[in-house]
Design a protein around this ligand. Structure first.
Ligand code: XIL
Length: 402
C-alpha cells in the first residue's frame, strides 16, 4: 500500500484544484476564508525518497538552500532539514568580503571553514558566494582601498579564499552583479568600486586568478534582474550575454551562469521566452546554468495565508517548468531555508503593506513543507518524466572530491 503520508502527483492535482479556487479568490470571487494558522496539506512526507534532493537527482539536478551558518550550528531542526533536502548548499553571507575580512591585512575563516567541513562530512556539495561584488564590502574598504592597491587586493583575496578551499567547492560565484544598464555605459558594466579602481578587466582577472587557485570549481558569473519579459530585463540579458561571449572569446575560464531568480508572485510582464532563449544562448557558448537564489516575493498578494501560499507555489512551478526542460540547467537553490529567516523580511523596501511577514520559501517558520515544496518537487518530476531534455549535455566536469 502507498505510504499515506506521501504526497504524490495525484494529490497535487487535487491540490491544484484548491489552487484554482484560491486563485479565484485573488480575482475577488469565491468564498472568503480566514487567514488562520497557515495553509498546508496534512501529512506530506518530505523525507528520504520524497525529499527534494532525491527528486532532483532523478532529474539529474542538484537541489539546495542558501544557509545561515549560525543556525546550522545552533539549531538542530534546521540542520536536519538541510541534511534531508540538500545535495548542494551555499553560504547566505559567510563567504562574503565583510564576513571574511575584518581588516585589510586579516582573514577570519571560522564560519566558512565550519561550513566547508559540514558539507564535506555530509557529502553535500558547496557553492562559494562570492569573490567579487560591489556590496558586502567591509567598512575599511572605502577608506583603505585605492587605485594603487585594488588590483593586488582583489587578486590576493581570490587566491587566498579560493585557494584555501580548493578541490572542495562545486562552483564559485567569481563575479556577482557586474551589469547595470542604468549606469549608462555602452558596455552595460556597472560602475562599481572595482571597475573604477581597476578598470574593465577586473572581471577577466578575477576569473583567471580563481581558476589558478581552484582548478576544479565551476567558475560562475551570477546576476539578477534578467528574469522578466520587461524591456529592462531584456537589455540586461543582452549586456550579460555580450560580456560572457567576449570573455569566452578571450579564453577566460568561465563555466556557468547563475540566474539569481528573486521572483515576484505577480510580475508586471511575467517570465517567458526571453529568459528561455537566454539559457539556450548560454548553452551555445558552453555554459551551465544554475538557478542560484530562488525565492518568490509575495508583497502584491492579499493577506490571506492560504491564497499567498498557493500563489507562491504556482510561481515556483511555472518558473521551473519554463527552465528545467533546458538540459544545461543543472542546479536549483532557494535563497534561504524557511520563511522565518528570509532576507525579504529584512529590508523596509521589501515589506508588505499590511505589515505581515513575507512567505517566499518552501518551508514555513516551523519548518513545515508548504505547497511551494510540492510545486518544486513536481517540476523536478516533470523534467525527469519528460526524459528528452533540450540541447546536448553540458561539458560535465567531474564533481569535486568530497
Ligand atoms: C543578501 C542576504 O540574504 C542578506 O542576509 C544580506 O543582508 C544581504 O545580502 N543577491 C545576492 C545575495 O547575491 O548575496 C544577497 O544576499 C541577495 C541578493
Amino acid at each position: 500500500m502507498r505510504d499515506p503520508r506521501a504526497w504524490s502527483r495525484r494529490d497535487f492535482l487535487g491540490h491544484a484544484a484548491i489552487a484554482s479556487a484560491s486563485l479565484a479568490l485573488l480575482n475577488g470571487c469565491g468564498p472568503k476564508r480566514s487567514s488562520g494558522s497557515g495553509y498546508r496539506l496534512p501529512g506530506v512526507d518530505v523525507s528520504g525518497p520524497h525529499s527534494l534532493k532525491a527528486h532532483a537527482m532523478d532529474a539529474r539536478m542538484l537541489f539546495g538552500f542558501a544557509v545561515n551558518t549560525q543556525k546550522l550550528r545552533d539549531d538542530a531542526a534546521y540542520r536536519a532539514l538541510v541534511e534531508q533536502q540538500c545535495s548542494i548548499i551555499v553560504a547566505e553571507n559567510a563567504m562574503k568580503w565583510h564576513a571574511l575580512r575584518p581588516a585589510i591585512d586579516q582573514f577570519s575563516f571560522a564560519d566558512a571553514d565550519a561550513l566547508v567541513e559540514f558539507a564535506a562530512r555530509r557529502h553535500i556539495r558547496l557553492r562559494g558566494h562570492n569573490l567579487c561584488w560591489h556590496e558586502a564590502l567591509p567598512e575599511w574598504f572605502a577608506k583603505q582601498v585605492t587605485a594603487v592597491n585594488a588590483r593586488q587586493l582583489l587578486r590576493d583575496h581570490i587566491r587566498t579564499v579560493a585557494g584555501r578551499y580548493s578541490g572542495r567547492i562545486h562552483s564559485w560565484d567569481v563575479v556577482n552583479e557586474a551589469i547595470e544598464i542604468r549606469d549608462g555605459r555602452p558596455d552595460g558594466l556597472r560602475n562599481t568600486p572595482w571597475l573604477q579602481m581597476i578598470g574593465t578587466d577586473y572581471i577577466e582577472m578575477a576569473f583567471r586568478v580563481a581558476r589558478d587557485a581552484d582548478p576544479s570549481a565551476l567558475l560562475t558569473y551570477n546576476e539578477y534582474g534578467i528574469e522578466q519579459e520587461t524591456q529592462e530585463a531584456a537589455m540586461k540579458r543582452a549586456a550579460v550575454l555580450l560580456m560572457l561571449r567576449r570573455l569566452k572569446q578571450r579564453n577566460v575560464p568561465l563555466d556557468a551562469v547563475g540566474i539569481q531568480s528573486h521572483l515576484q508572485a505577480q510580475p508586471a510582464n511575467g517570465y517567458g521566452p526571453g529568459l528561455q532563449r537566454f539559457v539556450q544562448d548560454c548553452r551555445e557558448i558552453g555554459l551551465e546554468v544554475f538557478i542560484t537564489e530562488l525565492d518568490v516575493n509575495d508583497r502584491t498578494l492579499p493577506s490571506d495565508v492560504e491564497t499567498r501560499d498557493i500563489g507562491v507555489a504556482n510561481r515556483y512551478r511555472s518558473y521551473l517548468d519554463l527552465l528545467l526542460p533546458e538540459r544545461n540547467v543543472t542546479a536549483v537553490l532557494t535563497w534561504g531555508v524557511s520563511d522565518a529567516g528570509t532576507w525579504l523580511n529584512q529590508g523596509k523596501d521589501r515589506a508588505r503593506e499590511d505589515g505581515l511577514p513575507q512567505r517566499p520559501l518552501l518551508f514555513d517558520g516551523q519548518l513545515r513543507a508548504k505547497p511551494a515544496f510540492v510545486g518544486v518537487r513536481d517540476a523536478f518530476d516533470a523534467r525527469h518524466q519528460a526524459g528528452a531534455l533540450r540541447g546536448t549535455p553540458p561539458s560535465q566536469k567531474p564533481l569535486p572530491k568530497l
